[in-house]
Every structure is written in C-alpha cells, then in structure tokens.
Design a protein. Sequence first.
Length: 137
Amino acid sequence: MRDVILSEAGRPETEVTEKSKRRRFSASYKRRIVQEAAGCSKIGELGALLRREGLYSSQLSQWRAQVERRELEGVGPKKRGPKAKPVDPRDKKIAQLERENAKLVVRAERAEALVDVQKKLSELLGIAMPSNDEGKS
C-alpha cells in the first residue's frame, strides 16, 4: 500500500509537478532510429526498439516518410510558425514616401495656422493686408 504523507492539518499533502515539455528529436537521432528499425528482422525487435526509446509507431512511420522525402538532411531543426515574407523594395519606398507625406501635411497645416493668426492679428491692429491680386503684379 502507498504511504500517504499528511500535512500539519491532517490532510494528505498534494504535490504539484512541473508541466512536462514537448520532446524534440534531432534529425540525426531520427535517421539513426529509422536505420535501426530497418535492421530489425526478427519478430518483436521493432517493438522492443520503440519501447526502449519511448517512441510510438506513428512517429517511426512519419520519420520514415521524412527520410524518403529527404527532409532530414537539413542542418538543424526547422522553425515553427508562419514563414517570413521577403521584403519588397517597393514597399520600403512606399513607406518612406508616406512618412515624408505625413511630415509635409503637418508643415502645411502649421503654415496655414500661422497665416490665420497673422490675418487675425492684422485685423485686431487695423493693419491693411495686401490682397492676393495686389501681391502678384
């Protein structure tokens, strides 16, 4: 029978274990296991190999397919997640032009506000501003 550890309150003490992590297998390990599995000729050898390594038969069949497709010849593990899209130089140019456009819009709004302030100030002080027709001739 199992020994139960009791806490100070008289209740069984619970043990919280760390969450298990996903196992990762290197390409060389996968190739080695597939080669060992190919060498298993007697009844029960393949099952013994899988039990010894703690593997499932589905993993072995996936790895065999990867070996056939030559996917395990890579240098290192593949990155997970979406693939990065190549950056188009036109997109960089568009982003640069949009930034410049935004700066120029801010400058134009500031200049219009300054002209409006000058007009209001001249009206308050009674200074006559030249009209657009007078300034062009």
